[in-house]
Ligand binder design. Sequence first.
Ligand code: NAP
Length: 680
Amino acid sequence: MSLIDVKSFAAGQWVTPDNNAREIFNAVTGDKIARAGNAALDVEAMLDYGRSKGGPALRAMTFHDRARMIKALALEIGKHKQALYDISFATGATQSDHMIDIDGGIGTMFVFASKGRRELPDSHVYLDGNVEQLSRNGTFLGQHVATSMQGVAVHINAFNFPVWGMLEKLAPTLLAGVPAIVKPATATSYVTELAVKIMLDSGLLPEGALQLVSGGLGDMLDRLTHQDVVSFTGSAHTALQLRSAPHILKNSIRFVAEQDSLNASILGPDAAPGTPEFDLFIKEVQREMTTKAGQKCTAIRRILVPEHQSSAVIEALSQRLAKTVIGNPQVEGVRMGALVSQSQKNDVLKCASLIGTEAERVYGDPDNFVVKGADADTGAFVPPMLFHCENPDQATIVHETEAFGPVSTVMGYRDIDHAVALANRGEGSLVASVITHDPEVARSVVLGAGAFHGRLYFNNRDSMKESTGHGSPLPHMVHGGPGRAGGGEEMGGIRGVMHYMQRTAIQGSPDILSAVGRKWVPGSTETSAPAHPFTRSFHELQIGETIHTKPRQITVEDIEHFAHFTGDTFYAHMDAEAAKRNPFFPDRVAHGYLLLSFAAGLFVEPNEGPVLANTGLDNLRFMKPVEVGDSIKVRLSVKHKTPRNDEYGEIRWHVTLTNQDDELVAEYELLTMNAYERQS
Ligand code: NAP
């Protein structure tokens, strides 16, 4: 079979490997299958291409344009899933592993595409937090904003998830408007190359938005500027080497690190054998040990159980592990494939021996296990190996050595505080899980262990049917962890996008802030509407367009009618003496909801028109009570516009109610869905 030439895509050209390219082997057969790398890759030209072509093109698109592009890319990869599955078997992965990598990667793209449309504006500037009042009269305000970094994002990925590992970084990067240079781990780079080719061939990406380095990066990292970002996934050793390079430190180049992790799973004190939680725990641990042959950054390495349950856990887990058929992932019935390479196998066996100096191997013998449909020696196979550490307090290796394969250690704990202390011995991890039906156990773990773990996953009989699994990083939630895990955070919804944007504090007048954020800020110049705003379509309405209504006086009959009609006869509306005894009210006062209803009556235009529906109120505040005889009037301004689908978009209106003395009575944001076009 001829070797696959894993190409790079550099400055618009596919570049084939040169004679010094690194060799890549089939994990299952040990055959040489591919080569990658070209020492003559012009990394300066790649950086320039990304910065001068990809960046400006992406920044010209709005967040919504980029979100639509990400969705289209996900659909395109989805169309070619089978080809990606087929090529991935050579990495040692099973079909279920492919689903995590390929379908999981596509799913992550969809979530970012959807979040981009729902949580980011159809514009170029992200508003971070609320307007800050910096002056007494409101003529000088503050607002944090985020804008796209003007360099490139260099993504350095680990070998274990060649598709998901790329897409979970690419989606937030593209959404931020930043071009990416992806450098997959060489061992599985042929899978990433295919996924990149699918995206580039689709024609959906602007020129320069995505480049690929197969093989070594050369001196690219020494050529970065403070506008570039490095997003690294891999071992703590490599991360330290790269992030401590003088050029990176000197130029304060952002370096997001996702490193290795000694993740723990805790069997709650309440989860005795016979409970649904005990069975769930055994299932989750077995799955985490064997999925991807344990080559998951989130895999459970330390199994913490009540001391008196150690034997029961070891027995139940061993029985389940015994059912795991190991072998060629393309052979029927195989549940666990090979490690990625012989060198990983050697590494895992070395780490397992080291762990064996502090713990007894109670399941799995690397010298004696069955491999189905492949040669155990030429393929990179190891069996699941379970250890038992009798004295975890005295041990260090079991808390510090990551065997990046199907290797875990059972340790007994005395009480939940002890379990927390042991979980924290990992010195910072990506995830810790707790299987408990006791909410107070969960709270103790959050208080004791939260600061040591990027994610805490709780599961029990109530959530187990819908839960996603200890080891699944989700695009909505932060993935990363403190200390040994690298100190980075990826994904986490829009938080992940912010790695590729710069936060800037903007200070200025309301008009300046309104123009910067494309969002009306109270105190800005109002424009009077040429017609009632409810008669104007989404596209016709302008930010800052305002109407002022006539006043309406509040009578005692209004209050009583509303009270009896709705059943809200709260004393402050009905009984003057009782109201006066209340520190908030001078006398009988109008219901807040009556005021809101009257406000709607004052500003609504009743005829059929572009306003399709009122979808809610945000940030409602009642500032001053309204008494009998007071009058209220309304100011309604267009604050913000967000397209929602092909027919209509959301208008966020800023609404204030003031009394006869122009004092603020109530303030809120009204949301309506408005048709893009006016119906004729
Ligand atoms: P690795 O050996 O540290 O390699 C990671 C990446 O760094 C690869 O792309 C590698 O490229 C690249 N690299 C190595 N030396 C480099 C250098 N001098 N300059 C530029 N790039 C360099 O890790 P791995 O073996 O691929 O992955 C296993 C490790 O990753 C485990 O420790 C695991 O826990 C961790 N991991 C963490 C996460 C997470 O999210 N926290 C996820 C997955 C894996 P080459 O392959 O070309 O050398």
